[in-house]
Design a protein around this ligand. Structure first.
Ligand code: NAD
Length: 421
């Protein structure tokens, strides 16, 4: 991973992507300027008591990019690299994503700059509860609904929900999604993003004449998104030939035993144990350049750049991560005939089932797993078709097409609402 100094700025990437689509849409400049800006940015510095009795100050963010189509929606990330521009970019991508799949949410995102791997469970709980308190006045079921992202999980959502409920004086299920099932979580939410990536990759593979059975798949990142997507590919008869985590990856051209690798990761926090070597060790950089049919980047931003895009040897990329490809790389991949399904479509399964969770919470209903799966599949397939149609009609790559669809919907809502007063 590049260090912080030569890191590509995700906000710069997000706004440049937006500019490409806005130019095609020929939007009213007043509207495009409005939707380019974030609506609200909250930065908080707050104290947390650590296990050794010391007090540490953390910095956290909640950014609401646009709420023209509904309350803000977007995850909370715990990572040392979290900063305002990253959270802004992630919030903007959430706005377009919710609009692409046509669910009534705006876009938001949050994060705390921290190293969760070096913190105890108690420290994480203390940090989560105090961060929730700091941002409580701008979140809520009608305002802005957080969810899990990198290094946050259902337990973190449970702490947020509990802290927010204590502040209100009654239980508020709908303040976060991605909760444990015992606390109003939805069946199918945990799998939703990875499953959605698989559904979209299947559609894209059909379009590109790549049979899923036997397809060679490489997955960068094996957390909630990458790990689950890998399992879906494996079950469908694809060959997952490489998978990685933050420390590097494992490669076997005959195909990995996905459940063994993920089990190893769960037990030992590592993909490779000395006794159970299932393939050769590779770096994250090497994984992206492996000869494969389908590549699933599902870790962090800016992984595919102008440096490695010419060396990528896949036919199809479905972006599980947010912002893994820079605009320069997009152009190279498009010119090389590599079909890229962008993040705001490929990983929208998460926000879609988050929407189902929120609807169930508001109505105090519980939907069956089958109901969730049928609705998710329908929305993902419909959205893929809509984006593909625009891409073919306008002769643009799938990212520009998805942005045109999403931004067009947000612009229409903004125009209809008008300016107050
Ligand atoms: P996670 O915390 O569950 O997993 C992150 C994975 O990435 C882990 O396997 C970790 O080891 C790996 N990783 C971390 N740093 C890495 C690095 N430098 N190189 C390679 N791998 C690295 O997070 P997640 O929820 O799976 O999120 C992954 C991506 O998917 C993020 O871009 C996130 O924004 C996006 N996303 C998540 C959801 C969701 O519902 N969780 C929804 C949409 C998009």
């Amino acid at each position: 991973m590049p260090n912080k100094i030569d890191r590509i700025n995700p906000w710069d990437v997000a706004t440049r992507q937006m500019d490409i689509a806005v130019e095609r849409l020929k939007l009213d400049p007043g509207v495009s300027e409005k939707i380019k800006q974030t609506k609200r940015e909250l930065i908080v510095h707050f104290p947390v008591e650590m296990d050794d009795g010391s007090v540490k100050i953390f910095t956290g963010y909640r950014v609401q990019h646009n709420m023209a189509r509904g309350p803000g929606k977007g995850g909370i990330r715990y990572h040392p690299d979290v900063d305002l521009d990253e959270v802004r970019a992630l919030a903007m991508w959430m706005t377009w994503k919710a609009a692409v799949v046509n669910i009534p949410f705006g876009g938001a995102k949050g994060g705390v700059q921290c190293d969760p791997k070096s913190m105890s469970l108690q420290e994480l709980e203390n940090m989560t509860r105090r961060f929730t308190w700091e941002i409580a006045f701008i979140i809520g079921p009608d305002q802005d609904i957080p969810a899990p992202d990198v290094y946050t999980n259902p337990q973190v959502m449970a702490w947020i929900m509990d802290t927010y409920s204590i502040l209100k004086g009654y239980t508020v299920h709908g303040v976060v999604t991605g909760k444990p099932l015992e606390l109003g979580g939805s069946l199918g939410r945990f799998e939703a993003t990875g499953k959605g990536v698989f559904i979209i990759a299947q559609e894209a593979a059909r379009h590109s004449d790549i049979p899923i059975e036997g397809a060679r798949v490489a997955v960068q990142g094996c957390g909630n998104v990458g790990g689950i997507a890998a399992q879906y590919f494996d079950r469908a008869g694809a060959k997952v030939i490489a998978i990685s985590d933050s420390r590097g990856g494992i490669y076997n051209k005959k195909g990995l035993n996905v459940s063994d690798v993920l089990d190893c990761k769960k037990r030992y926090s590592c993909l490779i144990t000395p006794e159970g070597r299932a393939g050769e060790e590779i770096t994250n950089e090497e994984l992206l350049e492996i000869d494969c049919d389908i590549l699933i980047p599902s870790a962090l931003e800016n992984q595919i750049t102008q440096k490695n895009a010419p060396k990528i040897k896949t036919k199809l990329i479905a972006e599980g991560a947010n912002g893994p490809t820079t605009p320069e790389a997009d152009k190279i991949l498009y010119d090389r005939g590599i079909f890229v399904v962008p993040d705001i479509l490929a990983n929208a399964g998460g926000v879609t089932v988050s929407y189902f969770e929120w609807v169930q919470n508001l109505q105090e209903l519980i939907w069956s797993e089958e109901e969730i799966s049928v609705r998710l599949t329908r929305i993902m397939k419909r959205s893929f078709e809509e984006v593909l149609t625009i891409s073919q009609r306008e002769k643009v790559d799938m990212r520009t097409a998805a942005l045109m669809l999403g931004i067009g919907r947000v612009a229409a809502a903004t125009k209809l609402r008008g300016i107050y007063p």
